[in-house]
Design a protein around this ligand. Sequence first.
Ligand code: AP5
Length: 217
Amino acid sequence: MKIVLLGAPGAGKGTQCKSIVARYGLLHLSSGDILRQERAEGTELGKKAQSYMDSGALVPDEIIIEMMAKAIEKAPAAGFILDGFPRTVNQAAELDKALAARGQRIDAVLNLEIDNQVVTKRITGRRSCPKCGAVYHIENLKPKTEGICDHDGTKLVQRPDDTEQVLANRLETYHRQTEPLVDYYKKNGTVYNFNADRKPDDVRASIFEKLDALVKA
Ligand code: AP5
């Protein structure tokens, strides 16, 4: 299965991906995580991406498309789930071309729907583990010990782009540049909408129900 996961910052893309990859054996490819890794390693790509990410703007398409094309090549036969990519119609068109060249296509687009007010609370309260990537929330998803990762005991951190001001830019960018992808993908009938303003387990159950039906079809 080849899946695209769409949704505003804080819609719960990363949270849901963890369960989806575990159940269906897919490779989780998060463009944001790959960029943050490049930054942490101080690569040329990471340096180029830094100022865009810190201001809440999109990293230029040519950088992202090349980076994600390389990542997709490593996907297992079971497939992949794309989290945060594509984010512009141009990126989606380039992805379609690259997949078509391999006789492949996107099978499902999962669209997590949510209001700006809800995600603002989620994003400003998000904390993550810099070592294993586990994601927590200071109210909704607390670690067992405050500020410490349950899995490896590492001190949790707040992402530098998770401030209210940068988030406002990320949301504006999302609605202007990424939301049009819903219509782009609707044309080939692969979009499934989910109300993401529910408990993570309830969102997950709805997604599993849909994906199980697609796997059986
Ligand atoms: P990226 O890392 O992709 O960030 P994003 O899309 O803004 O998404 P987030 O990771 O913030 O949110 P999420 O939906 O994964 O939410 P999460 O599950 O963590 O991109 C960062 C930057 O990189 C971009 O701004 C851009 O500059 C650049 N970039 C990346 N891809 C690019 C591309 N393709 N093109 C160009 N530039 C690109 O959940 C958030 C919080 O809410 C957590 O604390 C979680 O515990 C909590 N939560 C989750 N679900 C629920 C729920 N159901 N109920 C209550 N709380 C919940």
